[in-house]
Ligand binder design. Structure first.
Ligand SMILES: [Zn+2]
Length: 249
């Protein structure tokens, strides 16, 4: 039986607390990441490539009832040095969204110089079963750029990713989770198979493959908190919590 909701987990960096830097909320320690992957394995979860997830949503292709999609935004080098060994240890596949003009450089969009994956690391992860998608060429906020610039970013990064992956069914992930109806159309027109959002998107996943809601994992997420995040009721429960917060500030 196909699951009613497949959790799409959103990670950025995996690094020790001493390396968290300014943007702590995007980091998870290797110890916590390892516990989370071990829990998935123990509970019998299968990690899907985003392509298998999309085939399930579009064509009702069967997937295991306990399925999860693991995603990483930005393509930090620690995805190779810290996360990849743990993913391999537990037989998990991750989907990593690259900022293609900055491959082998450092992130330039938030004022912190954190190294990004280089081509050798990406090839080694690809050969180890990891999946790569696009996060634009320069991590732009697509809602603030002119259409020509957005088009160049989307088409250029898709080509760059496809040179690495040697496949044509590339997924896209919106930088900063910033999107609107126009950006969704631009992503579809640029030939992507889907678009991953952050905290937005319908609770019925097949309703909009260009605004797929994800569940973020934070540095302070406990193992019980992580277990809650992979339950099919979690997104609806979060919506309920948000409504309650509005009523009772
Ligand atoms: Zn990003």
């Amino acid at each position: 039986m196909n699951p009613s909701w497949v959790p799409i987990l959103c990670y950025h960096r995996v690094c020790p607390e001493a390396e968290f830097g300014k943007f702590r909320s995007i980091c998870v320690t290797p110890e916590n990441f390892r516990s989370q992957m071990r829990l998935l394995k123990t509970l019998g979860y299968t990690s899907l490539s985003i392509q298998n997830f999309i085939a399930n949503q579009r064509l009702q292709k069967n997937i295991p009832s306990k399925s999860v999609v693991i995603t990483f935004d930005d393509g930090y080098a620690d995805n190779f040095t810290r996360a990849f060994p743990i993913l391999k240890e537990f037989g998990m596949t991750a989907n990593i969204f690259l900022v293609t003009d900055l491959i082998g450089k450092v992130n330039a969009w938030d004022g912190e110089q954190v190294p990004l994956l280089n081509p050798d690391q990406i090839r080694s992860m690809r050969d180890g079963g990891m999946i790569f998608g696009s996060h634009t060429r320069n991590h732009i906020d697509m809602t603030k750029e002119v259409p020509e610039k957005v088009k160049a970013e989307l088409e250029g990064s898709r080509r760059q990713v496809e040179e690495i992956t040697l496949r044509k069914d590339t997924a896209f992930c919106y930088p900063y989770g910033r999107l609107n109806e126009e950006t969704k159309r631009q992503v579809r027109d640029a030939g992507y198979s889907c678009g991953l959002a952050t905290d937005s998107g319908p609770l019925e996943q097949s309703q909009d493959l260009f605004e797929l809601r994800r569940v973020q994992v934070f540095p302070g997420t406990s193992l019980f908190g992580f277990w809650k995040k992979i339950q099919p009721w979690y997104p609806r429960w979060m919506e309920f919590q948000n409504k309650i917060k509005k009523i009772r500030p």
